[in-house]
Design a protein around this ligand. Structure first.
Ligand SMILES: O=C[C@H](O)COP(=O)(O)O
Length: 542
């Protein structure tokens, strides 16, 4: 069978889709959450087509229609903003003044309700973005773990804290206070997990928020709206739907957004930031573009370098900000590396997201296969070739991985973030070449260094760790474990995420201080007694 026919065969008729992996019915979202109410929507809607294609009677493949969601206008977005502003009430609202203990109780209620929706949300992740069912389940469970770790971290921080003497008789309670209204937007590749790595810490620190789900990955949030509504006071979480370009610039222009929490493209983030009339007052927590390099030195364990490169470059079809997006391999071992890499690609299982053990699946962005083809064609026109058999073959929403070699600075693949299943490989002579690449790069997220020579690795750590935010030794680039700081330099990020860092990112250190003289000693105890539990349970220091 021709390879393209093999690829086509993975798209099976609708009637053959295993029932346990199908969603019960099309999802038509006709409501959104604003100011604690599920508001009805009868305006225009956006149609959602799955990357999973099915053949019609003639054998033509078409993306399966799975549902619709509201396309709100600026009017609804402004109403949602008003609700968030009102709930925050300049820091005097019920939520920002609630004790941490009570906020945690709300979050625990939310986790309970979220877990009830696990099966549906996991299936929707799979259908909306084409992630394998196993990885979709991992995404859900990682999110629950992240929330629970956040709760544990808060309790820990709270336990460690106390009133303490600073200096010269001044006693202070150091707090982490909320900042205000957060506009929160996550990416399509981790529509639940990465969105929640900003949304959850933003909420728990006492901020109120506007939440816009990613374009690919909207419907999966629908089953969680009720959980938000029932777990948090009104106006704490408000949702907005529709075309980001139509509604988010206006929100920023109001100057009422205090924190922009955005995971996506650097261009969109910069455009949004510039809209804010007082940009210096805007806090931004951003995770953006990246072009992470793997460097395979001549002292590398090639087998290990290959298996980690495969994981790094092709997990979820290379659609991760932390993916390895370019590989520098020393000329002395380039042939061997490419041979083994090609064999490893050929061993990957491709298919529909519900197939067990599948690692290559259809791509959610409709224009992506065409874009990837232009990248490959451009590289070929500048002297590269596709090394692996069938590399770059495209049928409907599926693109078979391509190893492209030798890549040079004239090619799109040299600088552009392909965010897809292409592995561009550059042969190098001197280690100065990948170092210079990183110096010149507008990005600075991660690198992976492969070598068995400890001295060589040691000599490379400082040059790279001062250019990116994480150096991985003999292992792929990645975000986890989630307790580790996650950030980037240059255009790759702003602010730092991790279970604890995110709590810092969405709060401000503030003090309640007093001089410990005779009058104040007595007063302080009285104040503590008069104040509700808030005073004591927000006294964490970190
Ligand atoms: O897409 C960007 C994510 O932060 C990647 O996370 P990950 O490394 O855990 O897959």
């Amino acid at each position: 069978m021709e390879f393209s026919d093999q690829l086509k065969a993975v798209f099976i008729p609708e009637s053959d889709i295993p029932v346990e992996f199908s969603i019960p019915e099309e999802i038509h979202q006709r409501e959104y959450l604003c100011n604690g109410e599920m508001l009805k929507w009868d305006g225009p809607v956006s149609e959602v087509y799955s990357p999973v294609c099915v053949p019609d009677k003639e054998g033509n493949l078409y993306r399966k229609f799975i549902g619709t969601y509201p396309i709100c206008t600026e009017k609804e977005a402004m109403e949602a903003l008003d609700a968030a502003v009102k709930a925050y009430d300049n820091g005097r609202g019920e939520w920002p003044t609630m004790s941490i203990d009570n906020r945690i109780k709300c979050l625990q209620k939310f986790v309970f309700k979220m877990n009830e929706q696990r099966s549906l949300v996991v299936k929707l992740i799979m259908w909306e973005i084409g992630k394998s069912h196993a990885d979709a389940a991992k995404e859900f469970d990682r999110t629950i773990d992240y929330i629970n770790a956040t709760i544990d971290a808060l309790k820990d921080i709270d336990r460690q804290s106390s009133r303490f003497e600073m200096e010269e008789g001044v006693v202070a309670q150091i707090r982490r206070s909320p900042i205000g209204v957060v506009l929160c937007m996550g990416p399509f590749n981790y529509p639940l997990n990465e969105t929640f790595t900003t949304l959850i810490p933003a909420i728990i620190m006492g901020n109120t928020l506007l939440f816009k789900p990613p374009k690919h990955g909207t419907l999966l949030h629908y089953p969680l709206l009720k959980a938000f509504q029932e777990s948090f006071p009104k106006g704490v979480v408000n949702t907005i739907y529709g075309r980001g370009a139509n509604i988010t610039p206006g929100l920023m222009q109001t100057g009422k957004i205090n924190v922009l929490a955005f995971i996506g493209s650097s261009k969109v983030a910069n455009d949004l930031k510039k809209r804010h009339p007082k940009i210096n007052r805007l806090r931004a927590v951003l995770s953006l573009d990246a072009k992470n390099a793997a460097i395979v030195t001549k002292n590398a364990d090639i087998k290990l370098a290959v298996s980690e490169t495969i994981l790094g470059a092709l997990s979820f079809n290379g659609q991760r900000c932390t993916a390895i997006k370019i590989v520098f391999v020393h000329k002395a071992i380039a042939d061997d590396f490419l041979k083994q890499l090609s064999v490893a690609v050929a061993q990957l299982k491709f298919g529909m997201p519900w197939v067990q053990g599948v690692s290559l699946t259809p791509l959610p962005e409709p224009g992506k296969p065409e874009y990837l083809k232009t990248c490959i064609d451009d590289a070929i026109s500048h002297g590269a070739h596709v090394v692996n058999e069938n590399g770059g073959t495209n049928i409907a929403s599926f693109v078979y991985p391509a190893i492209v070699y030798p890549v040079n600075e004239k090619m799109k693949l040299y600088r552009e973030e392909q965010f897809g299943p292409i592995i561009p490989v550059i042969p190098y002579d001197s280690i100065e070449e990948p170092i210079q690449y990183q110096i010149d790069s507008p990005h600075g997220m991660q690198v992976s260094i492969f070598s068995n020579d400890a001295k060589e690795i040691a000599s490379l750590i400082d040059p790279f760790v001062n250019l990116v935010s994480r150096v991985n030794i003999n292992s792929q680039c990645q975000r986890g474990p989630d307790k580790f700081p996650f950030t980037g330099r240059k255009d790759s990020a702003e602010g730092t995420l991790s279970v604890v860092d995110a709590l810092r990112s969405f709060s401000i250190r503030s003090l309640v201080a007093t001089k410990m003289n005779e009058t104040n000693k007595g007063l302080i105890n009285e104040i503590v007694n008069h104040h509700d539990s808030n005073f004591l349970s927000t006294n964490f220091i970190f």
